[in-house]
Design a protein around this ligand. Structure first.
Ligand code: PNS
Length: 159
């Protein structure tokens, strides 16, 4: 059984994340989309809301499971019997941080490989941070996120 973890803050999940999930699930028997607690980042959506939005968007895909984790990613990967971590790589600007994290994770746990997947070119400019900013300023985010996320953003900012 080849199992991979796709970790992230998913605050909120975007079409770029969905594209990466689709690519990953073709390579692995099971992909666990794992939401980090990440309190340091002060997310817009609570952990429960982020899990809920993922459930509505990727929750029904056959070989995709949604989970949450606290603590070290590699410990979670070992606990889940996953031997790969998937990360999306959009542009060179992502590379430095991702490279550092991948090598550090490998130092911590040599049996878990990081695999980078490039989302569709049209998503290279897309990020949860920008989507939140656009929504906060009243812009239309419907092209960038699945519809439950667009409504959730609307509710957050318009009440
Ligand atoms: O979507 P993000 O915010 O880029 O995801 C970052 C995430 C959650 C993958 C990263 O912060 C992480 O792995 N956190 C878990 C704690 C951990 O293992 N830290 C050591 C990394 S070398």
């Amino acid at each position: 059984m080849k199992r991979a973890i796709y970790p992230g803050s998913f605050d909120p999940v975007t079409n770029g994340h969905l594209d990466v999930v689709e690519r990953a699930r073709k390579l692995f028997d099971e992909v666990i989309v794992a939401v980090a607690h990440n309190d340091e980042k002060q997310p817009l959506f609570s952990l429960k809301e982020r899990l809920n939005l993922l459930q509505q968007t990727v929750g029904k895909i056959d070989n995709v499971r949604i989970a949450q984790f606290d603590g070290l990613l590699v410990e979670f990967a070992v606990q889940q019997k996953a031997n790969a971590v998937i990360r999306g790589l959009r542009a060179v600007s992502d590379f430095e941080f991702e490279f550092q994290m991948a090598l550090m994770n490998r130092k911590l746990e040599g049996n878990v490989e990081t695999i980078f997947l490039m989302p569709k070119e049209e998503y290279t400019y897309l990020s949860s941070r920008l989507v939140k900013e656009i929504a906060r300023l009243g812009g239309d985010v419907s092209k960038f996120v699945p519809s439950p996320v667009a409504s959730a953003l609307g509710k957050k900012f318009k009440g």
